[in-house]
Design a protein around this ligand. Structure first.
Ligand code: SAM
Ligand code: SF4
Length: 457
């Protein structure tokens, strides 16, 4: 049995943050400089960066984040859409629209056929990656509901990677999840601060902090080595929760030689039926940018996921700063891609732009949208992925794959305006492939896609 205080040591987090306040300007600059080597930072160093308030130092931090993002991920942005299969939930998380005490919510669990219809609606926008999401209700959203949904999508729709964000489960259930071929298993601790966690999760299975914290280890035991973590920003002091997330990450890396594939940065949103009247610890946009930059510098090989919880203008800015994956065209209610029922949503989204519109914005900002799923399908996950990513070799696979998957989107789904912008972007990005053989092969494949072939990687 794992002692969970070994995973998250609250006293140590407080100590590190206190020490972090005492760092001199010179020390801060040295840490930022060291981070540019892309080997990551220690928790002590991350704590120092989290304490930066000075605007000039913040600018240096943001600069380094942009540099590292570019070096490891280039200008690629991976794109996905969430698919909510159920909003039924027996937990009572105070912040969430799905909580059991919200009697106004229109509750619904999709059948496998309905899930397939939603996946088709998502695919018809041009998506290739889905994040499957559901509430926790042992009678409705049990493991069979999740695995049936995943299998039905893979069997019937051209979706190539399904990640799952669901409640913690037993090793046995994780094995079933592994068997249907999920990509990343995502679970947010919400807050690493035990006392706040207790307040926010008064009843239901989710009130067990330790069972949630150890979920990823059970997933590992079941053979799932690709996981995503995060804190719900705004529940408690962000400095504590960011350091908690990094401590969790370091624990996994030390024990299993695999850090998180992704870290998500959900910021608390208003939700219909939420028990919170205000955000307990509001985070302004500058602080939010700092959080992203600190993650980018500390765990450079970990993807950072931004959702439609954020407003359009800010989202555009964050793409430059270290975010490597975004959702687009999202609905947060089950069945939402086919009919919009506001009384069934989990929280309000801020960015209502369609995928097609988002693709234009991403290109205009100089980023290359990617629908690539190749690593997962070529078994480059867990340790194998981390080794490639840490050596920055992942570039060699990602650049041609991003180009090819974007091309497929342009040929099959895009509007004329998106096509025009996208083709220009592809032309530019082709020139970045250094290996002449790889470049020539990519050009050949682009022609084949133009002529109707798909899924070339
Ligand atoms: N029910 C499962 C759970 O709680 O782990 C999985 C799905 S839950 C819908 C996914 C995530 O949504 C939660 O982990 C939480 O971080 C986030 N969330 C809930 N309410 C939110 C809100 N009001 N604003 C932003 N994110 C929220
Ligand atoms: Fe249920 Fe998850 Fe919402 Fe909590 S966050 S109420 S567990 S859906």
């Amino acid at each position: 049995m794992v002692n969970t205080h070994e995973i998250i040591n609250e006293e140590k987090i407080h100590d590190l943050l206190e020490k972090g306040k005492k760092a001199s300007k010179k020390e801060i600059l040295e840490i930022i400089e060291k981070a540019r080597d892309c080997y990551g930072l220690t928790l002590e160093e991350a704590a120092v960066l989290l304490q930066i308030e000075d605007t000039q130092l913040l600018e240096k931090l943001f600069d380094a984040a942009r540099y590292i993002k570019d070096k490891i991920y280039g200008n690629r942005i991976v794109i996905f859409a969430p698919l909510y299969t159920s909003n039924e939930c027996t937990n009572n998380c105070l912040y969430c629209g799905f909580r059991s005490a919200n009697k106004e919510l229109h509750r619904r669990t999709l059948s496998a056929d309905e899930v397939v219809n939603e996946a088709r609606a998502i695919e018809s926008q041009g998506h290739k990656r889905i994040l499957l999401v559901c509430g926790e209700d042992p009678k409705k959203t049990h493991i069979d509901h999740i695995t049936d949904s995943v299998s039905a999508i893979y069997e019937n729709v051209d979706i190539r990677r399904i990640n799952v964000n669901a409640a913690p489960m037993s090793v046995e259930d994780f094995k079933k999840l592994k068997a249907v071929g999920i990509g990343t298993f995502q679970i947010f601790q919400e807050t690493y601060h035990r006392e706040t966690y207790k307040k926010m999760h008064p009843t239901g299975f989710k009130s067990d902090y330790d069972y949630r914290l150890t979920a990823i280890e059970r997933a590992f035991e079941a053979g799932i080595d690709d996981f995503g973590i995060g804190a719900l920003l705004g529940l408690y002091d962000y400095k504590f929760d960011v350091l908690g997330t990094l401590m969790h990450s370091q624990y996994m890396d030390d024990k299993y030689s695999v850090g998180p594939h992704t870290i998500s940065i959900p910021r608390l949103r208003p939700a219909l039926g939420s028990a919170l009247e205000t955000v307990p610890y509001p985070i302004n946009d500058e602080e939010f940018k700092k959080i992203i930059a600190v993650y980018r510098l500390t765990v450079p090989y970990t993807g950072i996921i931004l959702s439609t919880r954020e407003a359009p203008a800010l989202r555009d800015e964050l793409l430059n700063l270290g975010v490597s994956q975004i959702s687009a065209g999202s609905r947060t209610n089950p069945g939402g891609y086919e009919e919009d029922d506001r009384e069934a949503t989990q929280f309000e989204t801020s960015d209502e732009r369609t995928l097609d519109e988002m693709l234009q914005v991403v290109c205009e900002q100089g980023h290359l949208p990617s629908f690539c799923t190749a690593c997962y399908r070529a078994n480059r996950t867990g340790e194998a992925f981390m080794e490639l990513a840490k050596d920055a070799h992942i570039h060699e696979f990602c650049q041609p794959n991003a180009i090819l998957t974007f091309k497929e989107n342009l040929v099959r789904f895009a509007s004329a305006k998106t096509k025009e912008k996208g083709e220009k972007m592809i032309e530019k990005e082709l020139q970045k492939i250094e290996d002449e053989k790889v470049k020539a092969e990519t050009i050949k494949r682009l022609e084949r896609i133009e002529n109707g072939e798909k899924d070339l990687y």
